[in-house]
Design a protein around this ligand. Sequence first.
Ligand code: FAD
Ligand code: FES
Length: 329
Amino acid sequence: MPQITYEGRSYVTEGDETVLDCLLRHGESVSYGCRAGACQSCLMQAVDGAPPSDSQKGLKDTQKFDRQFLACLCHPTTDLEVAIPGAAAKTYTSPVIDVERLNAEIARVRLGLPAGFKYRAGQFINIVAPGGVSRSYSLASVPDEDDYLELHVRRIPSGLVSGWIYDELKTNTELTISEAMGQCFYVPARNDQPLLLIGTGSGLAPLYGIARDALRQGHTGAIHLYHGSSNQDGIYYFEEMSALAEKHPHFNYTPTLSRPHELPKVASGRAHEIALQSLGALRGWRIYLCGHPEMVHGTKKQAFLAGAAMQDIYADPFTFVQHPPKAVG
Ligand SMILES: Cc1cc2nc3c(=O)[nH]c(=O)nc-3n(C[C@H](O)[C@H](O)[C@H](O)COP(=O)(O)OP(=O)(O)OC[C@H]3O[C@@H](n4cnc5c(N)ncnc54)[C@H](O)[C@@H]3O)c2cc1C
Ligand code: FES
């Protein structure tokens, strides 16, 4: 089996395990988050040997050239000597301005803008929690409009980092955050193109940023935002979204609940099903999908079958790790 050498220590991989799993199994302290190729927390570099191209998905050409790879995707086929790359994501220190629990499930976190921090609405950052565990959270704020970074964090039962943020994070805590990453943001080209935005739960965060950014940049095409949840707490920011729709007649907001309910102004059913049924053919549309991975992957396929071009579909699945949780500390 291939051997992994890290900081002078060598380990033989077992079965089809990844470089990340092999290093963690041997007690190495390496950074990771989603374990699914989305957050880039586990970025490593092959000092010797070639990482398989599957482990370089989503990296820049310069990073590939540097033999950087994502340890959570890397099933090595030959021996590798690996290291943490010097050009890993930049980190910043950011003070917590405010943590507001919007309901029993969602916390809105506002962070100070670190000097030199650049981002686009809808991108995500990695937050490092005590113990060095990191998780990704999307940016709901808009550069040029908000003088803070805004995150919407859904508390996952037994969730290591979301639980810590919801229950324990306090104003003035200095957080370590990564630079902004991801390709899910508004681009001002073709500003008359119809936009469809679908999010579940805290998947509203990037969409709230993207929609406001599009409106701020003078998007003239119709914008349809569907926000879905299975329970009522998942439909947060109802007032803010409704106010946006009232101010901009070409912005349409549809909250949806999949469980039976009697709320006025909230549609019954799943957000993506209601959107696809109501809008029909999607040829020429630009589409943003954020939230539960199953919804994001499934709707991406359905939108393509309804006529949307693949390059017009921007997707951020909120990938999570299936693991027995440990305590933060
Ligand atoms: C690009 C990206 C952007 C993201 N943006 C956001 C955001 O804006 N807001 C936000 O709230 N989250 C976001 N996430 C998800 C976030 O990064 C964490 O995965 C989430 O907060 C859970 O982390 P945790 O440490 O609390 O739970 P963990 O300790 O990692 O998980 C504990 C257990 O809960 C289960 N679990 C974890 N997440 C879920 C889930 N969503 N549904 C069902 N079971 C689950 C798993 O089985 C796991 O074993 C994003 C993820 C990615 C990849
Ligand atoms: S990309 Fe590897 S842990 Fe997220």
